[in-house]
Design a protein around this ligand. Structure first.
Ligand code: FE2
Length: 204
């Protein structure tokens, strides 16, 4: 069994075993980005932190802005779904105001907008938010902040953008993303069932 032919055959078989299984090609992770200065601190979050940012519990007024659905799946690097991940999003309201003491913007905050919410991915990795299409604020192109935690550990912090917004080309954070990776953080809204919906998977 120790003849050179058998040794060579064993090496070849070991090499095959080390190759990725067909159909489970590695998937490039979603590009990460700065958390930014306005991650809503626990003390400023509303009591309502569900995945519907457009309707705040006990508030009659719905959020101003264009209402959209942002959905997708949380996947691992083999494109397998991750269940039980905590997906958080936060963004400014239609007036450009964040739920943060550090936001000293002059406009009034929209009391109908939740500003921050979360969802937990299902067995197939799916998550969904109802929110508003992001709007620009001083110095930034429109974006939605996203954070993914798995078993209470932060796995990804990033920002999602609108395609072809004129502000993207001037935005220093957007420009830092390699051009070929921008699609991974681009929300392409299409009107389905009467309102704009985007699907964007997150790979961690
Ligand atoms: Fe921001």
């Amino acid at each position: 069994m120790n003849d050179p032919v058998n040794r060579r055959r064993r090496r070849v078989l070991c090499g095959i075993a080390a190759l990725p299984v067909a159909g489970l090609a590695a998937t490039e992770p979603t590009p990460s980005a700065s958390e930014g200065p306005f991650y809503p601190p626990a003390g400023m979050r509303l009591d309502d932190i569900d995945s519907d940012l457009v309707k705040v519990a006990d508030q009659v007024e719905q959020a101003g802005g264009e209402i959209v659905t942002l959905a997708g799946r949380v996947l691992d690097s083999r494109a397998e779904p991750i269940a039980g991940a905590r997906i958080e999003i936060w963004q400014c309201d239609v007036n450009g105001r964040y739920l943060h003491h550090g936001d000293q913007g002059g406009a009034a905050r929209d009391g109908g907008f939740q500003g921050y919410g979360h969802d937990i991915s299902k067995a197939d990795g799916a998550f969904a938010f109802r929110t508003i299409k992001p709007v620009p604020y001083a110095g930034r192109t429109p974006h939605i902040h996203v954070k993914v935690l798995i078993e209470n550990r932060e796995r990804l912090t990033t920002q999602f953008y609108l395609p072809d917004h004129p502000g993207n080309a001037r935005d220093w954070l957007y420009r830092r993303i390699a051009a070929h990776r921008r699609e991974r953080v681009t929300m392409r809204f299409e009107t389905t069932a009467g309102w704009p919906q985007a699907k964007l998977d997150i790979v961690v």
